[in-house]
Write a protein that binds this ligand. Sequence first.
Ligand SMILES: [Zn+2]
Ligand SMILES: [Zn+2]
Ligand SMILES: [Zn+2]
Length: 333
Amino acid sequence: MDINTDNQNKRHCAFCLKEIQGNEIKRCGKCQARAYCSRECQVDDWSGKGQNHKLWCDERVCEEDIDWDIRIAEGKGLGLFAKRDIPRYTKILVDKGYHSRKEVPQPLLESLMPHSGSLAAKWDFNNMYSSEGGENLGVRVSRLNHDCNNNATFKYIPDLKVFIIVSIVDIAKDQEITIQYQSFNDVSKDAKYRNVRLMILNEKWGIKCQADCVCRDKAVRLRIEKAHQVDKVIPSLLKFAENDIKAKLKVIDDNIEVIQELGGCPISLIRPYYDGFQIAILNQKTVPLSTKYIDKLIEYSEIINSKHSEEHKTFLKYKENPRNHRNYCLKNI
Ligand SMILES: [Zn+2]
Ligand SMILES: [Zn+2]
Ligand SMILES: [Zn+2]
């Protein structure tokens, strides 16, 4: 038995990211999947200093070196690659989100792009600003490359301070795992957003698409525009009569259909399902229609969220009893 060439035994510590092998590898006693270089790293990762693994241990999140690894990505530096076939809606990575440059352990920040940049430049280049989470950087998330035709998506969960990366299509072994740094095919945002986001992609990350890129696809753009028009009708919640509500739900159903045609990213589906729920519960007579929306909402939230997140718990509260939502029979006619 040749132990020296046993590549299966090479891992990265899930907290400090150090490469370890053989009997240096310590595993989480519960899931037996997450690897650590030391007891200290395991303790830090179990708590909020790292992934907060105590919340994720039983959720079967993929692990580095088992399900994916970091390799050279032709022309792009490094990238994340599938080490096995990864089915759609798999939680690929849950990564701590650092809120400021000073929080990131220096060697980890130093390892990031741009190669010869200052730490401030590295922070600016890799942080994924979001309106819910502010400035945020995930060290492993930073290794994911952008693709307009992405096969995975990410969400920042503010109360748990983590990024979650989920596959949105089946990803084959050895395929690169990619995300959209700025989600421009987002049906819930109007055309202005799409253009601003494409501009940020170009200016911040220098992403210039080829003429045949999916982001320039006219048919896709037209479908998104159609969905925007549909979406605009929704906020006018002035009438709560049974038939008005039913008409609005029809608009939402059309919108959901467009999103699904476009690849159905769980994040963009959560919003219309939530809209459907909020609208259906406005009138006692249409309350029963809310069930299908809240059920789907929870289904997608389980895919892209943590069951421990505040957002998910709120959705469960609404399912348990729609009266928990402020819209419930707001104005019965
Ligand atoms: Zn470590
Ligand atoms: Zn575990
Ligand atoms: Zn593109």
